[in-house]
Design a protein around this ligand. Sequence first.
Ligand code: DC
Length: 209
Amino acid sequence: MIIAIDGTAAAGKSTLARKIAAHYGLPHLDTGSIYRAVARDVQKAGHALTEVNAAAGAARNLDAATLSDPELRLKGAGEAASVVAAYPEVRAALLDFQRSFAATPGGAVLEGRDIGTVVCPDADAKIFVSASAKARAARRYVELRGYGVDITEETVLKEIEDRDRRDRERAVSPLIPAKDALLLDTTELDIEKALAAALELIDKAAGLR
Ligand code: DC
């Protein structure tokens, strides 16, 4: 069974996708980490994120063993990822890796922005996770403060809105729910309630209940 989890920044996708994968005993790929790693490699090589060729080269040479690098979770990595993710050359270079992962015997859970629309259009279940920008900013603010980051909630909200805009407005693979995606709004849900709702949607989509 292939499960596609797409959605906006800081909507709780990663936690949800990890728990969904554990529930069904499937491997999980956080595709955001791939774009984060490309941005990291571009910057480490001394290039600017605006250098499309450098970004495409980094995408072609990406080392999957570096995707769990804790640096990728640092503040700024998501914004940088969103910049290189807008280049068609980068997205094309990363497609095979994602599709090979999805082809794992038994299935897989992939989370990102374009899994249900582009990477796995034939996924057995597609969920599009979102929450109000305010709710997402409030959650991200608590998380960042927990890491000791000095930031205001207003700044976090602005960064989230900017990233949503960039992800939605890019020409290739924009952030948009697949026509057959099931929408899950987590504004009023804690993670346990969101998980229960997601499992019910997935079971129904896959004909398991
Ligand atoms: O899910 P995330 O916040 O780690 O993703 C970081 C950025 O990477 C996101 O703002 C846009 C980009 N991304 C993408 O364009 N397509 C994906 N499938 C996953 C992430």
